[in-house]
Write a protein that binds this ligand. Structure first.
Ligand code: TRP
Length: 443
């Protein structure tokens, strides 16, 4: 009995963390970044960024979360009472809301594609489908609104747990579907060029910006830097092994990202699409694959976009919930009012993001469109900055004995590994993030 219960606990934690991590970041963002940043070389830098920068942050957040047993604010108040560390909480409220504003726009694209799949639109010639959709004014706005309404609705109705139950079905289904799409994609003429693109690194493509982008993607994909992992870890039991939970989450997350890459890139080359295309890449290539599959394409695409939608919603509700919890617990607002105000605010910002692909495409902030600007601000700056503060807190503010106690499960595991982990959290990750920041600013 005892061992079963234990196993259940472990599995639940890893599933919750993997559920937050796996989302549009893997399926939508990763493949287009691979395309924009030079293929295989980017993937290698990304894996290095996960191992050397993201994993230490993951462990730092988990250590703070479990030690304090509370959310970001509560944690700072408890572990560093009377200090300014509580301001870290502000990063962790603002960043997820900014992120949600454009996440919801992409979620809207998934809504649109789900409806297209249901109405047999991925049959025959699919070229220009996404281009026509994205540059129109109203369609993307309507679907963005639907996605945000779903997010807010789930939180208002308090059915978050109900939605998360879906993921137990949709995640494995997504996995099987993607594997199927990868295999099918490889049968298309010309697709092996895409495989080559994914595995043959051209190191001349790596520069400061590529490294910064890889780091940002590692943070985005693993839900780091805004206290999400911290909060989840606060529900972990003492005996749970933080290091192996982190490794499992990262492994699943990477697996989904790579699979998405291998689903998209071969089709990019088979269909003659530009790998550098940007945020629309997945939405341009998948319909091509589905259209090649004949009637099966309709079935696969309906299931596929449904799974993506659920994966995106489990991420978006966690993004909105951070702000709602803050307003309810710290400002005494009602849940209803907090949800409505924040959802409306992020929706409005999302409208600008959505329009930046069409009517507002001329508006540039620091040289890029509104959507790209917010994306860069969150992933390349705010989230690594939050992560930096978390590692500094664990490496320099908390006592080494406490950190050791957390990472070694009270001395029962990872005892040999601890010095390395501590070094990563105390020196390598913070210095690494600062170096990436500086080179990105000045090079
Ligand atoms: N990781 C999610 C994805 O890949 C997005 C996400 C959910 C997130 N919660 C987060 C990102 C918290 C940063 C912080 O789609």
């Amino acid at each position: 009995m005892q061992t079963r219960e234990n196993f259940g606990g472990r599995l639940a934690v890893i599933l919750a963390m993997a559920g937050s991590a796996i989302g549009l970041g893997n399926i939508w963002r990763f493949p287009y970044l691979v395309g924009q940043n030079g293929g295989a070389a980017f993937i290698l830098v990304y894996i290095a960024a996960c191992a050397l920068l993201a994993m230490p942050i993951f462990m730092a957040e988990a250590v703070i979360g479990r030690r304090s047993g509370s959310n970001t604010f509560g944690a700072m108040k408890k572990l560093a009472p009377g200090t300014r560390w509580k301001w870290l909480g502000l990063v962790t409220v603002v960043a997820p809301l900014l992120l949600l504003s454009y996440y919801s726009v992409v979620g809207g694209w998934a809504v649109d594609y789900f409806m297209k799949a249901c109405s047999f639109r991925f049959i025959g010639d699919t070229s220009g489908l996404f281009g026509g959709f994205i540059s129109s004014t109203w369609e993307p706005l309507v679907t963005h609104t639907v996605f945000m309404a779903l997010t807010a609705g789930i939180i208002l109705l308090g059915v978050t747990k109900g939605i998360e139950k879906f993921t137990k079905i949709t995640m494995p289904m997504l996995f099987i579907l993607i594997v199927g799409i990868v295999i099918y994609g490889l049968t298309l003429p010309g697709s092996w060029k895409g495989v080559e693109y994914m595995v043959k690194p051209d190191f001349s493509k790596i520069n400061a910006q590529v490294v910064a982008t890889a780091m940002g993607q590692a943070f985005f994909s693993l839900s780091l830097g805004v206290g999400t992992i911290l909060t989840y870890a606060s529900y972990m039991r003492k005996e749970e092994n933080i290091v192996s939970a982190g490794n499992c989450t990262a492994a699943f997350d990477l697996l989904f990202a790579l699979l998405a890459g291998f689903a998209v890139m071969p089709a990019v080359f088979a269909a003659g699409i530009q790998p550098e295309e940007g945020p629309g890449l997945v939405f341009d290539t998948l319909p091509y694959i589905f259209s090649q599959m004949g009637w099966a394409g309709t079935v696969v695409s309906v299931l596929f976009f449904f799974s993506i939608l659920i994966a995106a919603l489990t991420s978006s509700i966690s993004l909105l919930e951070v702000g709602v919890a803050y307003l309810v617990e710290e400002k005494g607002w009602s849940r209803r009012r907090s949800t409505l105000v924040l959802a409306f605010g992020t929706w409005a910002l999302g409208v600008l993001c959505s329009l930046s692909f069409g009517p507002l495409s001329g508006v540039k902030l620091l040289g890029v469109g509104i959507f790209d600007f917010l994306d860069k601000l969150c992933t390349n700056w705010l989230m690594p900055f939050g992560g930096l503060l978390f590692t500094l807190f664990v490496g320099w503010k908390m006592s080494k004995a406490d950190v050791r106690d957390e990472l070694t499960g009270g001395g029962t595991c990872n005892r040999r590994l601890f010095p390395l982990l501590y070094f990563l959290m105390r020196y390598l990750a913070p210095v690494g993030i600062v170096v990436v920041f500086l080179t990105n600013l000045f090079l």
